[in-house]
Design a protein around this ligand. Structure first.
Ligand code: AMP
Ligand code: MG
Length: 334
């Protein structure tokens, strides 16, 4: 259902309204120095699911979590010496660091597409930092445009693309950098450049030495690990489009559950796609664990309609059901 998107001025009242909306699970676009981001409380799975719905994204790619300062960011990821020197050199600024999630990281799984790593950034835009400080929680934000369109660098661009689909846009002027942040993967021994962006590679290399460049044309070396078809598969085989459940199967239900399952996790009893998306990652993981313990031999997944967020849900389920490389079964990153 379309909603009337609020246009909020860059005033104390406008900023307070933006923070209040974000804090209550709504979607607010805001300026950063790179491009306008479509923000949601990163700890609220349902709010993050709303980002994918508003953008019409056909898959759950991992989003960047935004923080007001490095201390806040490094409370949620495991930062090593490289991360700390890069933060000292380039934060606040257009550099995103991909790091292992901390054990007690409160960011919703859907925000990181279920990955054991998390992309974090501290933007330099004054309005963005004030907003992040005001809500006191990380904000997940991809670019504030419909999927497949050009990233917005003014509030007017945001409204052109997303009016009626998001709760508000906070005016923050034209974005000075105008391209996305540089994304650097620090989860391995060698730092890898996943996406060129606002901070040049040479500047990063001057700080921490040579970078490996992720080969985006090679399907076996995807830009984000979430792109691997079998990434984050459950331990048990997943059977899609189930119309009946075997006596030794656990059921991943959507809507009224099929009868006869040993155990059930319902993505959304009412058949609500946003709720189902919000519960998908954590639900699949907990059902897999419980089913394995109970001696089930498979998970049967009921069909999810392929409209709206159902596209992204089905994409993720298909990846979880895909044949996986030998030796990776039963290895849940946690
Ligand atoms: P966007 O939010 O549209 O600016 O895009 C975020 C970028 O960061 C994409 O290129 C993602 O693939 C990348 N990214 C975010 N989180 C991760 C992660 N945990 N691992 C690898 N890449 C990531
Ligand atoms: Mg984008």
């Amino acid at each position: 259902m379309p909603i009337a998107t609020e246009y909020l001025l860059d005033t104390p009242a406008g900023r307070a309204r933006a923070a209040a909306l974000l804090g209550s699970g709504r979607l607010v676009a805001f300026a950063t120095e790179t491009v306008y981001g479509l923000g949601a409380d990163a700890t609220d799975a349902r709010a993050v699911a709303g980002i994918f719905a508003a953008k019409g994204r056909p898959r759950f790619n991992p989003l960047i979590a935004h923080y007001p300062d490095a201390a806040a960011a490094f409370a949620h990821v495991a930062a090593d010496a490289r991360a700390r020197s890069l933060a000292a050199a380039f934060w606040p600024g257009a550099l995103t660091l991909v790091l292992p999630r901390a054990a007690a990281c409160p960011v919703a799984e859907i925000a990181g597409a279920g990955l054991p790593s998390l992309a974090v950034r501290v933007p330099s835009h004054d309005g963005a930092r004030a907003l992040l400080r005001a809500i006191g929680r990380p904000v997940a934000a991809p670019s504030a445009n419909p999927s497949g369109r050009v990233s917005p660098t003014t509030a007017a661009h945001v409204l052109e693309g997303l009016y009626g689909r998001i709760d508000a846009v906070l005016e923050g002027g034209a974005c000075p950098v105008g391209v996305e942040s540089t994304v650097l993967d620090l989860t391995g021994a060698a730092p890898r450049l996943l996406r060129p962006g606002g901070i040049p590679r040479e500047a990063i290399e001057a700080a921490i030495g040579p970078l490996a460049i992720a080969n985006t044309s090679d399907d076996n070396a995807p830009r984000a690990p979430g792109m691997l078809s079998s990434h984050y598969a459950p331990s048990l085989p997943l059977r899609l489009d189930a119309r009946a459940v075997g006596s030794d199967e656990a059921l991943l239900a959507f809507g009224p559950p099929l009868p006869g399952a040993r155990m059930v996790f319902n993505l959304s009893p009412e058949g609500d796609l946003t709720e189902a998306a919000a519960r998908l990652f954590a639900g699949l993981r907990s059902l897999d664990r419980a089913a394995l313990q109970a001696g089930c031999t498979a998970i049967a997944a009921m069909a999810v309609p392929g409209r709206g967020l159902g596209l992204a849900i089905n994409d993720r389920l298909a990846r979880a059901a895909a044949p996986r490389p030998a030796g990776t079964e039963g290895t849940h990153p946690s």
